[in-house]
Every structure is written in structure tokens, then in C-alpha cells.
Design a protein around this ligand. Sequence first.
Ligand SMILES: NC(=O)C1=CN([C@@H]2O[C@H](COP(=O)(O)OP(=O)(O)OC[C@H]3O[C@@H](n4cnc5c(N)ncnc54)[C@H](OP(=O)(O)O)[C@@H]3O)[C@@H](O)[C@H]2O)C=CC1
Ligand SMILES: CC(C)(CO)C(=O)C(=O)O
Length: 306
Amino acid sequence: MKITVLGCGALGQLWLAALNRQGHEVQGWLRVPQPWCSVNVIDTDGSVVNKTFIANDPLFLSQCDLLLVTVKAWQVSGAVKNLQSLLPPDCPVLLLHNGMGTLEELKSLTQPLLRGVTTHAAKHDGTVILHVAGGTTHIGPGSADSAALSELAEMLHQALPDVAWHNDVSAACWQKLAVNCVINPLSAIHDCLNGELIAWPEQIALLCEEVAAVMTREGLHTSADQLREYIYAVIASTALNVSSMLQDIRSQRRTEIEYITGYLLKRARAQGIAVPENARLYELIKRKEQDYERERIGAGLPGTWH
Ligand SMILES: NC(=O)C1=CN([C@@H]2O[C@H](COP(=O)(O)OP(=O)(O)OC[C@H]3O[C@@H](n4cnc5c(N)ncnc54)[C@H](OP(=O)(O)O)[C@@H]3O)[C@@H](O)[C@H]2O)C=CC1
Ligand SMILES: CC(C)(CO)C(=O)C(=O)O
């Protein structure tokens, strides 16, 4: 297959390396106008991929069988809309990111849309991407015309297992959203590793109750106890992780809070449910972002909100 990976960061490079290993023709798509991209990945077994692929080739894009989108949630709709007119009309667009809300922003997209979440973990270490832990990628339709694209899951599974197809992927997306609503802002505010969050059981319990109430109203089968149990399992299995939100805060980058807690708040508001603890964490993270954005602008540096 001919595949363009939009966003060649940690996840993007993982997929470029894996898809190329399976014999697919791949190109990267970068924010900067550069005709090549370097992929430098150390896999979980220590094996190294150090390759250069073509990038930003409009002809390749116009012949693509899949656009795999691995940018941050707040970058998704702008990046995809930029490429929309160059893509074949039937080219599936698969969004792989934390948080929710991008499907709503891409309602006008005419290509079939898929969405997914992953439990793989990859991080930047200088110029190298370390594949820290394997995991499962859950994908499914994001628009009505993508329901018949389940064979994509098998192709992706051959490249970077595990990949599971769901005719309705919303439960998997909400479960990941619940994890991110609890672990990401809490770790960013307490400035701690994921594993250290067990020191705040009351806050975790409160957040789980609020998230479970919203999820139940969305028609998902869950409870505060189930969510809490699952989130403690993720805290244990990612104990030594610096969450992506804490990494963003430490590097003074824009976080994904708007698409994580922000999305939960929007759904809660639409349903008339109060979620005060989530609202408080949302405000604290937004304030942190605004503080360093103001400092950057005050220092004459460009803003990070590109
Ligand atoms: N890394 C992980 O282990 C996991 C990540 N995720 C989620 O996956 C998503 C991607 O994460 P990750 O790979 O870590 O993020 P990275 O920041 O490593 O990668 C994102 C890449 O997208 C690029 N980019 C931004 N805007 C554009 C654009 N308009 N066109 C082309 N490229 C663009 C960025 O380039 P530049 O730096 O130049 O802006 C960057 O290289 C996030 O939602 C994250 O939460 C989920 C689970 C695990
Ligand atoms: C699961 C978790 C919390 C792992 O750190 C994550 O998805 C993140 O950091 O964004």
C-alpha cells in the first residue's frame, strides 16, 4: 500500500518504520517544507531503524491508499484540512491521537474518516525515538462511509501489532479519555511520575466519579469503580512514565488539555452534569499554559500555538 504518515514525531516514526518493514511504500508529511524525513527508532527489543524517507511529495499524496495522522490533537484538523484537496477522494484518513473532539472539527472532510487510540509508548531521546513499550491500537469508523474498512486493521496489525478493529470504537476512545482525564492533569499539577499518583486517592476517586457519570450519560457501560480499577492498573503499568501532559508543561509546550478534560467538560455541559473537579484541573492547566505563553511573548519569543 501507499501510505503517508502526517506528523513524524514519536508515534509517526514508529509507524513509518513498521510499515516500511512490511513492504509498504511510505512517505512522511512534515510541518516544514522539507522533501525528506529521518526515522531513527530503537525498538523495544533494542533493534535499530535508521532510515530516510521521502516527505511532503504532493504526487505521492495524490496516489495514497491511507493517510495516517499522528500529530497532537490540537494540530489534527488544521493539518488534515491542509491536505484534504490533494488526497484521493476515497483515501481513508486514520486519526491516532489522545483526546477527543477532532471528528467534530473534521465533519466537512469528504474522505472516509477512521479514529483510534493506542497504548504503545514511544518517546524522544535526543534525535532518537525510543519505543518504550508495545501495546494495542484500537481503531474503528469515524464516519459512516468508513464502516467497511476493517481490513485496514489487519494490514496495520501485520506492521505494528496489536491492532484491533471495532465496529464502534467509542468505548475504547472514552476509556482512553478517562485515563487521560485523570493521569495527565494530575501528574502535571503534582509534577510527578504516573506511579506517584497513588498518593492522591481521594482526587482520583472524585475524578472517576465525574467521568463515569458523563460516560454513562453518553450511553457507555461503566462505573466509577470500574474506571478507578482500570486507571490504577494503568498507573501501575506506566509507573515510571512522565505523562505526555507533564512533558508538555515541563517543555512549555501547548498541552492536549482542550481535547482531554476540555472535551469531557463540553459533553458534561451538554448533558447538564456538574464536573467540578475536572473543571478545576482544566483551569489549573490552562493557567499554566497561559503563564508561559505570556512569558514567551513578553520575552519577544514566538508563541507555541502554531
Ligand atoms: N508517543 C506516545 O507514546 C503516544 C502518543 N499518543 C498520542 O499520539 C499523538 C502524537 O503523539 P507523539 O507522536 O508523541 O507527538 P510528537 O510531538 O512526538 O509528534 C507530533 C509530530 O507532528 C508534527 N506536526 C505538527 N503539526 C504538523 C503539521 N501541520 N503537519 C505535519 N506535521 C506536524 C510535529 O512536528 P513539529 O515538532 O515540527 O511541530 C511532531 O513531529 C498525541 O495525541 C499523543 O498524545 C498516544 C499514545 C502514546
Ligand atoms: C496513558 C498515559 C497517561 C501514559 O503516560 C498517556 O497516555 C499519556 O501520558 O498521555
